[in-house]
Ligand binder design. Structure first.
Ligand code: 4AD
Ligand code: MG
Length: 480
């Protein structure tokens, strides 16, 4: 007996021999038509049961959510909506699902809000929306590896437990085995980390960049793709405490080459999703259209999902310096009419998401790469420009998302880097190894970080980052 996946069956011609398929019941109509889904595709296979041939007691157990195994031949379907269906000859219940209990869950066949889905995150992958998102997420991850591997990059696994703060922003989760009820203290009242597991203070990494840089200075072109952690208390639809980041780092690339790489990379993975996730993206496009109908005009997306993805592929990202962006923002209507929560007054202020979204969605109407930010609002490792005021930073801003990429050309000059570390109040001792890369054959190099969930948000047309990761970690929430 050949065991088949639903996706294979839906693409195959009718068979004369019997095939077997296993999955979960999505619906059972007229005691005759089972819609079976096995997760291989958003589509179900229709299994036709001749109820006179089966025991009543067996038919009763074909309930929504039950796991079943079905055997039969694949025939041309007479009904609408599918080309083929299975004429069931034998059937086995693998796992029952009690109808009354199913009714209390999101498996019940009615509309559930995304909030309700989140509360049952262990079941939500059985829904069309969430399974579509998770298949797209998986394909995107593969596309990311494919892009870098085909372009001669090496995959580096940077440590998850580190002693440094790569972003210098102090948003770290501590890693310790010390007894929190009886913390050992030094004479001066500080925690005695010598007694801790690593004999020093450690935390979960906020970025693999610093270690990736050391590898780029040997392997030339590298990338990381792993989990990163931020203890920033921002409860927004764009922030997670645990998220996945892709960080390429390339020796001898300057900022312009870094922008080219980022743009080419993003376009490649979106193109890959368009080619390999057609059914899921069409479903998500329809979902978005339905959701938009419930929203006020101003909040609706201005393009259907697939059109929006193609738009990104077909247009160059607009490259604009921070200084130009500030000039645009200072003069723009919402700023003059005091509609921004954070008014733009002077050069040097950090951009808030309302400003980023204005630039992308209202002003340029396309993805934007902002570069040459004020040194004061960016991390210590970015290369100082000759004006001594700005650094070779770049952020890529996407419609509906805001910042999707943050990157820079790195400060490769030992003295300048050392000075900046001191100026920014960072403990130089923690970064001795990082500084050494600037002593032995230092070179211009650049890299960036792409927030994987923000990419998945964009590609799937979802609006809350909690809905594009299996089990979101956010302030006050680590259920499942
Ligand atoms: O801009 P960030 O903080 O840059 C870095 O971490 C650099 N070390 C990257 C590099 O140059 N190698 O973060 C990079 C990206 C952001 O643009 C955003 O897409 C995502 O990571 N990101 C988050 N995504 C979800 N939740 C959060 N809390 C995020 N913080 C950053
Ligand atoms: Mg950033």
């Amino acid at each position: 007996m050949q065991h088949k996946k639903v996706i294979e069956l839906l693409q195959s011609e009718p068979t004369l021999y019997e095939i077997n398929v296993k999955g979960w019941v999505r619906s059972f109509r007229s005691n005759r038509f089972i819609a079976l889904n096995d997760g291989s595709t958003i589509k179900n296979i229709q299994c036709v049961v001749d109820f006179e041939k089966f025991e009543e007691s067996l038919l009763k157990r074909i309930t929504i959510g039950a796991a079943i195994s079905v055997t039969g031949i694949l025939t041309e379907s007479l009904g609408q909506g599918q080309a083929v269906e299975i004429q069931v000859s034998t059937m086995e219940i693998l796992g029952d699902a009690d109808t009354e209990e199913v009714k209390l869950t999101i498996l019940s066949p009615k509309r559930h809000t995304l909030e309700t889905l989140r509360e049952q995150a262990h079941l939500r992958v059985r829904t069309n929306t969430f399974s579509a998102i998770m298949r797209v997420r998986s394909k995107l991850s593969f596309a990311i590896h494919k892009y870098f591997q085909k372009n001669g990059f090496f995959y580096v696994n940077t440590p998850i437990i580190t002693g440094s703060d790569a972003e210098g922003a102090g948003e770290m989760f501590k890693v310790t085995v010390l007894d929190l009820n009886n913390v050992p203290k030094n004479k001066d009242g500080n925690i005695h980390y010598k007694e801790d597991f690593f004999g020093k203070e450690t935390n979960l990494t906020v970025s693999g960049q610093l270690e990736a840089e050391t590898f780029a200075m040997a392997l030339g072109q590298v990338y990381t793709f792993g989990p990163t952690f931020r203890a920033e208390n921002s409860n927004t639809s764009r922030h997670l405490a645990e998220f996945w980041m892709i960080e390429p780092e390339v020796a001898f690339n300057d900022l312009a080459a870094n922008m080219d790489l980022a743009e080419d990379f993003i376009k490649y993975v979106i193109q890959y999703a368009l080619e390999h996730c057609k059914d899921d993206l069409e479903f998500l496009q329809e979902r978005l259209a339905q959701e938009d109908k419930t929203k006020p005009e101003a909040e609706r997306s201005d393009m259907p999902l697939l059109e929006k993805l193609n738009f990104v592929l077909d247009n160059n990202f607009k490259r604009v310096s921070y200084t130009e962006a500030i000039d645009i923002l200072k003069e723009c209507k919402p700023n003059k009419k005091k509609q921004f929560k954070y008014p733009i007054e002077a050069w040097g202020t950090d951009l808030q998401s309302e400003h980023e979204r204005f630039l992308v969605e209202k002003h340029f109407k396309c993805p934007v790469i902002l570069f040459d930010y004020p040194a004061k609002i960016k991390a210590f490792y970015m290369r100082l420009n000759d004006d001594k005021k700005t650094v070779r930073a770049m952020d890529i801003l996407f419609p509906g998302i805001g910042e999707i990429v943050g990157g820079s050309q790195r400060e490769e000059r030992y003295d300048v880097l050392k000075r900046k570390i001191t100026e920014m109040g960072i403990d130089e001792k923690e970064l001795w190894w990082y500084l050494e890369t600037r002593k032995f054959g230092t070179a211009v190099h650049s890299g960036f970080g792409l927030g994987f969930e923000r990419l998945v948000l964009f590609v799937t047309g979802m609006t809350n980052i909690r809905d594009v990761i299996p089990y979101p970690r956010t302030p006050l929430n680590a259920e499942f």
